[in-house]
Structure formats: C-alpha cells, structure tokens
Design a protein around this ligand. Structure first.
Ligand code: ADP
Ligand code: ZN
Length: 678
C-alpha cells in the first residue's frame, strides 16, 4: 500500500497535512467508520481521496450536487487520478468511459448522486465492481430537520448494510442534533469515530459596519478589490438586481442571482462564477451550497444575515484555498427589525422561534461586539482558545463609553409611553423635539421629555440600535414594530447592572484599504501568473483553480522558483501538474525559455533522484571524451540516466547491466562514486 504521505506530495503537491487531516486519513485508511466535521475549506475531500488512492478497490463518493462532483473529478484527473462520475448530467461518452475504466479495474473514485441509489441496478453494479469504501460528502443532507435535506440520502444506510464496507461521512455542519441524526441514519446508531475540527478560518478577515449609505459602502468595498471574485449577499431579490447593476456601472463584472430566476439562468451564473476569474455575484442566500469555488476572495453582506450560523456559513465560502480573504457585514436597525419580524411571523412553533431569536441575538452580539469578533464568533461554537489579529476590532479597538445612564433614560421613555412607540418618536421625546406627534399625545409633559438633549439624534440612534443588538428591547410585530422592553433590560433599569456601548464613528464605513494578496513588488508577477492560468483554463474549459489555486500562484510569485525542482516544492504542485504546467509557469517567472529540461529529467523534479540525475550528468560531461579527453565522444541517454538515478545500483554488476559494457567502462566507476555518496 502506498503511504499517504508520499501520495500527498506526489499527487496533490502538498507538503503537509492541514490540521486534523492526518488523523482522519489514518482512521479511514484503517477501515474504521468515521464522521468528520470540519469547517468549509478545511480540506475534507482529501480525507477520502487520499485513502481511496491507498486502498485496494473503488471508493464510491456520494455527493449532493452534480456541479461539485464534476469539479472534483476534473481536479482529480488533472492530478493524474482515475476518477469518474455517474450523474444525470453525463454525456453517453462520459458514462461509457466510466464503465470502461471500471471494467478495466482502473477507476479509484466513483462519484455518484444519491438519486442513483434508488435504482436496483446501481446496487448490483456497486457489488460487482468491488467497492471497498463509501464516502459521503455533505453528510448533513441526511438530516430531515436541516435546510439541505435530501430524501435520497436516507438510502445510504441501506447501501452500507448491503455492501458491508466502511463508511466515511463528512460535513461542515456541527450542531449536536444533526450529528446525532447522521449517526442514526448512516451508521445505524453504531458510534463511528468522530473527528471535530476547530471552526476557526484564520485566513478570513472579519468586519462589520453600521449602514450609512449601504450601496456606497458595498461599491467602495468592491472597488478596493477590483478583479477579485466576490459574493454580495442581499436580503431581497430586488436588491440583488440593483446592486449588481450598480457594480457593473462601476466597471465590475457582476451578475445577480436569486431563487426567482429561471433555473437555466441560475445555472449560467453558477457556471460563469465557477469558471470566470474575478466575477462578482450579488445574490440572496439561494446562492449557496452549489458554490464550491476555492478562490473567492471576499464576501460582503449588504444586509444582516438571519443568524450567527448563516453568517458563519456565508462568510465561510470565502478563501477556501487558505489564501487571505475579506468580509464585510453591514447592519442597521432596519435589519434587526426585519429579522425579528421574519422570525415572529414565521410558522415555526414557539420554542423554535425562541431559539431563532437566540441565534439572531448571537449574531447581533457579534455585530455590536466591543472586542475581537473572532473570540465572540468562535465562543458561540464553544471554542475558547482563540488567536486573531484578523478582524476590524483587533485592527482598531472601538471607542467605548459607559452607556448605563442613557440606556436607563431610553428605557424610561419606552415605559412611560406604554411600550407603544418606535425609536424615532422615542428619540424625539428624549431630545425634546416637540413634533406634531409629540404634541398630539401630550408627550411634551412627560418627565423624560428633553432629558437626553445633550446628545445628538445620531448618538441616540446608535444607542437604540445597540439596545436592540443587546436584546434589551425588541420590536413587537403586533404593535407595528413598537419597542418593548425585555427581561434582559431589567437589571439595568434597576441600576443593578451596567452596560458599555460603542461610540459609532460613521467613518467606520470607510474601511482601511484592502489588504493586497502579495506585496507591491510581487503583484505584477502574480497577475502574469494568473493570465497564464486563465489561458490554460480557457483552453481546457475548466475553472481556473483546477489548474492551480490562488494560494499556489501566490506562493510562486513570492518565492519565484527558478528551476523545476524549486517549482515542485510549491504547495499544490504535484507530479502531474508539474509535468504539464511547470515549464510554462516557470517561463512566466524566469521570463525566458532557458529551462529546457529533458522530459525524463522533468519527471524527477523535486525528488532526490533529480539531484542525483544532475550529478550523474556532470560526471558524464567530464568524461564525455574519456579520462584523458581524447577518446571518442560517448554519453548516456536522458532516460538511461533517469533509470540509473531511480534504481540506484550500488555494485558494478548491476550498474553494468543497465549501462552496457562500453558505457560501464567509461562511466561506471565515477557513477558508482556518485551513487554511493547519495
Ligand atoms: P472542504 O473541506 O470545504 O471540502 P476542500 O476539500 O475543497 O475543502 O479543500 C479546500 C482547499 O484546500 C482545496 O483547494 C484543497 O486543494 C486545499 N487543501 C486541502 N488539503 C490541503 C493540504 N494538506 N495542504 C494544502 N492545501 C490543501
Ligand atoms: Zn480579532
């Protein structure tokens, strides 16, 4: 059995496992039932692809989306792995090729949509071809209570029973309930080995900003990241269209996407996004699970998401390749009102609504956080050891003040008006603004009238928003959104608790300029490498990242490999890709064609044999005309040298057999010396 470490570098071109991968690979290789919960971008696919290559037989991979399967298959083929998919999207030729590879015993990974499991023929097929492992991607699709439930996933349990082979399930969704459901439905309640990886995505920068001209804010954010792929999430369909239009007007490549669109139009956007470099998609949350692009460089929320889980999932689509990615989430009082109303007016039972308010509260807590966002985000998922330095609040700590007094004033205004009014009217009362509405209700006579006049209206708005954010007050849908006090506010009202608030600086909207992916010095090279990648991707009609990910190109731009050997050391450059693309990218870097390596030598690039080959070549050159320099020229072919470097004979006899008498006579002793040193 080939070792996983060796294949990690030779096939995938990675020099180390990501955190957590090695343990999972070991368990799957050992044939144990496993459930691995890893954040998006954590590198789940490798955890079944690698064992599939090491093990005998075929691994069947159940995956919910055809587009995802096709991309994985393409990426595997690029890396020289025999993989295929049986989906309803196949052409007849594609299907025939898969069957042929199966019959010839070549295929290592067979991707399959869950729908296929419904047909009796499929089970027979899988029995016949010797499946040795079942891998289930997006295993949470088996959960009936989740958003992504796929009834056909329920057939996987039967499949496992019928084939009686180990099963490895993967998901990024970690909540307790879903986990339990996966164990029940996929493993018949027999406890699998569970691996729970931390939720941190350290390469994603987190930032929130209070809305102050949201369209402008989004345009500014996108402008600073021109040419990078990004997603803008909006709460409504109409907004996706207007923002996409505004972005196009500003010179970006942008399109909208929402559930109301024709299925074909939606697929077109998905395909464009997947293959085009630097496209922006402005979407509702309908743009979700089908997005499997590893090089999304930013995600912006034009509106507040509905819960902390939704937020985490949406920003998590950025930077799956591990290279830096940025996010910006805009929010304001209207968002809070909208999200609360959606929960209240939904059809869920009462306890579900209470839980949903709780999830929204967690997100609002994050939005109004006074210290590191990562600490509060990961804290929600139960993680306590957090290092950050990658959020807006770590970049610039907020300006805070003791808000206890003004909050009490506001609460008192709410209570004295019977909890029947919204923030606008309440602020008029606090600052002593005698409007018609105030006079009509006689509110100018309240003791609270004008008690807050030393603060500007904008400051009060920020205070009310934060009170909503801390869930001290909630809009009541039965009173047209009037603010009502919650239990959480009582200790403050009674002066038993204090509260710290942040001073809103409207400047926050104008965020610091975007972090560039590479230094100014390396930027031109990175663009040149991207252009090379685009040309190759277009020629082969594959997404750019299938050739190389951003992260790989960034490493090339920064380390500037000068030879194919150095190129081979770049993360993401496996043997197949080195052979296919190495020279081309090297040319871009070195700017010339000097690296004219013989193909036999190229195959050894990055390996110890490569060095050996070079030394043999040197020795051979010295002896080309014999020790005296007067003999007839003689040399070994490149493939012969490669053979010597690979087989490393250490005695005269073995070497002589490879070289033949004449060459052994001239080069034998010198070669042996080199081989013994190595
Ligand atoms: P997910 O967990 O979301 O399914 P993927 O399997 O798609 O994540 O992996 C995300 C990205 O990370 C891919 O571009 C993949 O090539 C890369 N990757 C996975 N494992 C490693 C590794 N050990 N070293 C470097 N990159 C890796
Ligand atoms: Zn932080």
């Amino acid at each position: 059995m080939p070792s996983p470490d060796a294949l990690l570098s030779s096939v995938f071109g990675f020099d180390a496992f990501r955190p957590g991968q090695a343990e999972i690979v070991d368990a799957v290789l050992a044939g144990r039932n496993t459930l691995a919960i890893m954040p998006t971008g954590g590198g789940k696919s490798l955890c079944f692809q690698l064992p599939a290559l090491c093990r005998d037989g075929v691994t069947v991979v159940i995956s919910p989306l055809i587009a995802l399967m096709r991309d994985q298959v393409r990426a595997l083929r690029e890396a020289g792995v025999e993989a295929g998919a049986l989906t309803s999207g196949n052409t007849e030729d594609e299907t025939n090729a898969v069957f042929q590879a199966l019959d010839e015993g070549r295929l290592k990974l067979l991707y399959m949509a869950p729908e296929r499991l419904a047909s009796g023929g499929t089970l027979n097929l899988l029995r016949r071809i010797g499946i040795s492992l079942i891998a289930v991607d997006e295993a949470h699709c088996v959960s009936q209570w989740g958003h992504d439930f796929r009834p056909d996933y329920l057939r996987i349990g039967d499949l496992r029973r019928a084939l009686d082979v180990p099963l490895a399930a993967f998901t990024a969704t970690a909540d307790e309930e879903t986990r339990a459901e996966i164990v029940t439905r996929l493993f018949d309640d027999a406890q699998p080995d569970i691996f729970l990886r931390g939720f941190d995505r350290p390469n994603i920068h987190l930032a929130f900003a209070v809305k102050s001209g949201p369209r402008r804010q989004i345009l500014d954010f996108a402008a600073a990241r021109k040419g990078q792929s990004g997603i803008v999430y909006c709460a409504t369909r109409a907004k996706t269209e207007t923002i996409a239009a505004a972005l196009r007007e500003a010179g970006h490549a942008a399109c909208h996407y929402h559930g109301g669109m024709d299925p074909q139009d939606r697929r077109d956007v998905e395909t464009r996004f997947q293959t085009e470099d630097g496209l922006i998609v402005v979407a509702t949350v309908a743009f979700g699970m089908g997005v499997d692009k590893p090089d999304i460089r930013w995600v912006a929320h034009a509106d507040l998401p509905k819960s902390i889980e939704a937020y985490y999932q949406e920003i998590g689509r950025a930077g799956r390749d591990g290279a830096p990615a940025e996010t910006l989430t805009l929010f304001g009082p209207d968002d809070i009102r909208l999200r609360r109303t959606q929960i209240d007016e939904g059809l869920a039972p009462a306890e579900r609504k209470a839980a949903d308010h709780g999830r929204l509260n967690a997100l609002l807590g994050l939005a109004e956080a006074l210290a590191c966002r990562r600490v509060s985000l990961l804290g929600y998922f139960g993680e306590t050891e957090v290092t950050c330095g990658q959020c807006d609040l770590c970049d610039t700590p907020p300006d805070t003040f003791d808000g206890t007094q003004p909050v009490r004033m506001a609460l008192s205004a709410i209570l004295r008006t019977g909890e029947w009014f919204g923030a606008g009217h309440l602020i008029d009362i606090l600052i002593g603004n005698e409007t018609e509405k105030v006079r009509a209700r006689g509110h100018q006579d309240l003791p609270t009238f004008g008690i807050g006049k030393d603060r500007a209206k904008g400051e009060w708005q920020a205070i009310f928003r934060q009170m909503m954010g801390h869930d001290l007050v909630r809009p009541d849908p039965e009173r047209h959104g009037a603010l009502r006090m919650t239990h959480a506010a009582r200790p403050i009202l009674r002066d038993e608790a204090a509260i710290t608030l942040r001073r809103d600086t409207m400047v926050t909207a104008r965020r610091a300029p975007a972090k560039t992916l590479v230094s100014e010095e390396d930027a031109p090279l990175l663009s040149a490498l991207k252009a090379q990648r685009r040309a190759l991707a277009e020629a082969q009609r594959v997404p750019a990242y299938v050739i190389f990910t951003d992260r790989t190109l960034i490493e090339m731009a920064e380390t500037r490999p000068a030879t194919l050997d150095e190129m081979a050391r770049i993360s993401g450059v496996g043997a197949k890709k080195l052979e296919r693309y190495g020279a081309g990218f090297l040319e871009v870097i070195t700017g010339d064609l000097s690296e004219n390596m013989h193909p036999s030598r190229r195959k050894l690039a990055g390996r110890a044999q490569g060095d050996l080959y070079d030394r043999l070549l040197e020795v051979q050159a010295d002896l080309a005309r014999g020790a005296t320099g007067t003999d007839k020229p003689l040399s070994c072919s490149a493939s012969l040298l490669a053979k010597v470097a690979t087989l490393r004979p250490t005695d005269e006899g073995a070497l002589g057999q490879l070289l033949g008498a004449r060459r052994a006579d001239r080069f034998g002793p010198a070669f042996l010396e080199v081989l013994k040193e190595a």
